[in-house]
Design a protein around this ligand. Sequence first.
Ligand SMILES: Nc1nc2c(ncn2[C@@H]2O[C@H](COP(=O)(O)OP(=O)(O)O)[C@@H](O)[C@H]2O)c(=O)[nH]1
Ligand SMILES: [Mg+2]
Length: 496
Amino acid sequence: MNKDAHSILSCDEACAQPSSAVYALVHEQRGKHTTKSQLERRRAYTEDTIVAPATAQGRGGIGVVRVSGPICAAIAKAIAGVLPRERLATVRPFYDSNQNLIDKGLVVYFKAPHSFTGEDVLEFHLHGSPVLLDLMIQAILHLGARLARPGEFSERAFYNEKIDLAQAEAIADLIAAGSATAARSALKSLEGEFSRLINALVDKVVHLRMYVEAAIDFPDEEIDFIADKKVADMLEDIAAELEAISQQAEKGVLLQEGITIALAGKPNAGKSSLLNYLSGKDSAIVTPIPGTTRDILQEYIQIEGVPLHIIDTAGIRDSDDIVEQEGIRRALLALDKAQQILWLIDGEQETLDDDISAYLKTIPLDQKYHDRITLIYNKIDLSTQTARSKQQDGHTILYLSIKTGQGLDLLQQHLKSILNLNDNEASFIARRRHLAALAAAKEALTKAKEALHARLAGELLAEDLKEMQNNLSEITGQFTADELLGKIFSEFCIGK
Ligand SMILES: Nc1nc2c(ncn2[C@@H]2O[C@H](COP(=O)(O)OP(=O)(O)O)[C@@H](O)[C@H]2O)c(=O)[nH]1
Ligand SMILES: [Mg+2]
C-alpha cells in the first residue's frame, strides 16, 4: 500500500502528479528567500552602493574603507585612477574629485559574485588615521555611494545567499567574542557547522512531510500511514536529533552570555573574601565587622573561556540600619537574577548536620531559590571539618577555607561542573533567538506526535510538521520575518 507514497517521493518534481501539496512543498524547498518584500529589498540593494570604515575607530597602522555595490568600478577609476585587476592588491595614490591627494595605499577589487557581499566590492587600505578615512569616505560619497547602515554588508551577503542568518550572526559574535573558546565556537558557526545541522534536520522534516502529504493526496490508495510504523520512527529520529542540537545550542549560548553567580549568606560568612579570591584582586572590603558590604559588587571572570559574573551581596539578616536594609533589598534582587547561588556558612559560628532540607528552611531565602543553591561551609580552619565535597538531598555542600585555601580546588571543579565544562568539546556559538526557535520546533514536534498517537487526520500532522520546519528555518533565515531580520542586522556595528 505504501508503495505508492514511496514512488511519488522518489520521482522528481517535474514528473509528480499534479498533487498540489507535494508539488508546492518541493517548490517551496527549492526557492530560498522568496517572500515579496525580501525580493524588493534585494532589488533595492543592486541599485545603491554603500561605503563604511571596516576597521575600528581610532588610529592604527592601517585603516580600511569598504565599498559594496554596482558603481565600485567607477569609484576605483575615479579615486585610484585604474580599475585594479580582480583580487590583486594594487598600490595606488588616492585622489578626491578635486584631484587632491588623500593618501597612497592599497586598493583591492572583488568582482561580483566573488565577494563577501556577492556584489562588486572595493577595499581601500589607507594609513590608519581617522581623518584620512573620513576624507576617503567623503570622496566616495561624493561619487554617489551612501553610508552603510549597521550590519548592511552582512545583510547583503545574506540576501545574496553568501551566508545564512546564523552565519551572519556568527560574524557579529566572532567580533564580540570575549575568549578564545567563544571565538573558536563563533568561527565554527560562521563556517556553517550549526547551519548544516539545522539544514539536515529540516531535510528530514521535509521528507516526512512529503510522505504524509502524499498519503493525504491519495486517500483511495488506503495509505494508512498512521498505522505505519515508519512515520513514528521518523518522528523519533527527528526528536533525537533536535534534542542533540538543542543541547549543543544551549552550550553555545552559555559561551556567549555566561552565567551569573551570586554569593550570599549571613554577615561575616566570607562572601567578600570569596569574591576577592575568585577575581584575583581586592575588589571587596573584607573586615571582621559584620555588615561591611552594603552595596552589590560585581566581578567578571572567565573559567575556560566561559564568562562568569560573580556578585557579592550584603549579608542577609534583620537590621535596623537603613543603609544595610537597602543593601539587603538589593542583595535579594540580585539573587533573583542569578542562575546559581553560593550560600556561605560561617564555620566558626554554625554547624551543619545531614538534614540539608531542614537547614535550607532556616535561611532567610524564598523556597524558589533552593534549587540553585550550593552550600559553602567556610572557615574549616576554625572548625573540626575537613575539606571535602558532599552530595546531600540533591545539594552540593563544599567544606573549605578561603583563608587557608583548603578545598578551593573543589570549588573550582564545582564551578566547572555548573558550567558543564567537563567535556571539552567546543560547541558552535548560539543565541537566545536560536534556543527559542528550537523550543518552538520541539513544541510542534510534540503536537505532531500527539496527532499521530491520537490517530487524528493526516492534515493535522502535516500542519505540525510544517510549523516545525518553519521554526527551524527561522534559525538560518530561510523563513524569518522581515522585521526580525531588520532587527538582527541593526544590532551589528557599521562596516560589518
Ligand atoms: N579563619 C578564617 N577566616 C575567614 C575565612 N574566610 C573569611 N574569613 C574572615 O571572616 C571575616 C569576614 O569575611 P568577609 O569576606 O568580609 O565576610 P562577608 O561579610 O560574608 O563578606 C574576615 O575577617 C575574613 O578575613 C576562612 O576561611 N577562615
Ligand atoms: Mg562582605
